[in-house]
Unconditional design. Sequence first.
Length: 274
Amino acid sequence: MATISLLSLCLLATLSVVTSTPFEEVLCGTSDYPGDHAGERIIHGAVVPQGKYPWLAQLDPTGCTATILSRRFVLTATHCVLEHDPDKEKVTITVGSVNKHDGQKIRVKRVVPYEHSVNPNDIAIIELEEELSFSKDIRPICLSGKHQVGDPDKNVVITGWGEITGYGDDPDVLHEGTARILSDAMCKGYKSMYTPETLICMGSHNGTAPWHGDSGGPALLHEGKRWTQIGITSYGMAHEDGSADLAWPSAYTRISHFCDWIAENTNNEAKCDD
């Protein structure tokens, strides 16, 4: 009996250690969701199932999308945060749910834009007031390395809480779609300010494109068993009246150009792939 009791205690102690820290060393870009690919049809995007992209966050009051880098840092676009000072107003992110009205709200401590203008470096880091607790619904994303660039004609996944028809209809639930990487010449033909060193040109695929509210969200590649963020939704080409045109490309901030800056401003908590 004494031997059995001692063995039982040892097993309980072992189980306690295992179950108390299941996400202590969580791998970036991993999801428990069994599917790998986006819906065929964001404008016209498909609803994202809970837990499929656990690194997604929504920024309030701007309504922009962001991605989790580590327990303390989040990544988004500069134009999403330039006019919002956490010292002067309540700025939060919501994590852990595809529904923007659910999930966990965390106060923003400070915002670090790459520079205080949008073009051509539309990228910003957000530091949180408290650390995130990783779970199956809250995990960090992997970042593409300096030598990792998507090839033209390759498809990527785009996600966000932006309009789904292009006429002011913000959804409550996260949507996803696919975009196709285009040559830099395609975007240069539409906007002279397009800079291939800091931006990636992408076009609509299967009738989907980013729009208002998708800004700051990721362009994702799925390779092997993990997801990698290669871009940040920056801007789309639109008509003078602001309406969307799916025939025109969009520009995404090129993550690989900012690897050193990201590591420096997250105290090396977030690093690009080698």
